[in-house]
Design a protein. Structure first.
Length: 132
């Protein structure tokens, strides 16, 4: 008998909220990358993805336990947390979130807060880039 492993579509999204008085403009985030690592525990499947504000990507993954870590967060943003299917996930360690995937569809939203204050340079001049 051939057994197949159940799979889920993980919808991974990036959400940015505004810090009052920050000069935040949603257009500012459209080109700002956040690098996110998704890995299964203990299997070792791992992939890094790049997300920008408002973007959602779909990953087909087997059921199991997963760790999500934002491995590159621009300095003007603070991590606020992860919600999975509408429920907050308690951070484990240094910005790591561990949760189970056991449904055909799973929604995970990484939340950050834009906190830039324009005391060093004008907001429109800020460019955050990551090079490989």
């Amino acid at each position: 008998v051939l057994q197949t492993q159940q799979q889920s579509t993980l919808h991974l999204s990036k959400n940015i909220v505004k810090d009052a008085g920050s000069g935040y403009d949603t257009a500012s985030d459209s080109g700002t990358p956040f690098i996110v690592r998704v890995e299964s525990i203990p299997d070792g499947y791992s992939t890094d993805v790049v997300l920008v504000a408002g973007q959602t990507i779909d990953l087909v993954v087997p059921y199991g336990t997963y760790r999500i870590t934002e491995i590159a967060v621009p300095s003007e943003y603070e991590e606020l947390g992860l919600t999975v299917d509408g429920s907050a996930v308690t951070p484990y360690g240094n910005g790591e979130y561990i949760f189970n995937i056991d449904a055909a569809e799973t929604d995970a939203v990484l939340n950050n807060e834009f906190q830039h204050e324009t005391f060093f340079h004008y907001l429109s001049k800020v460019i955050n880039r990551f090079f490989h």
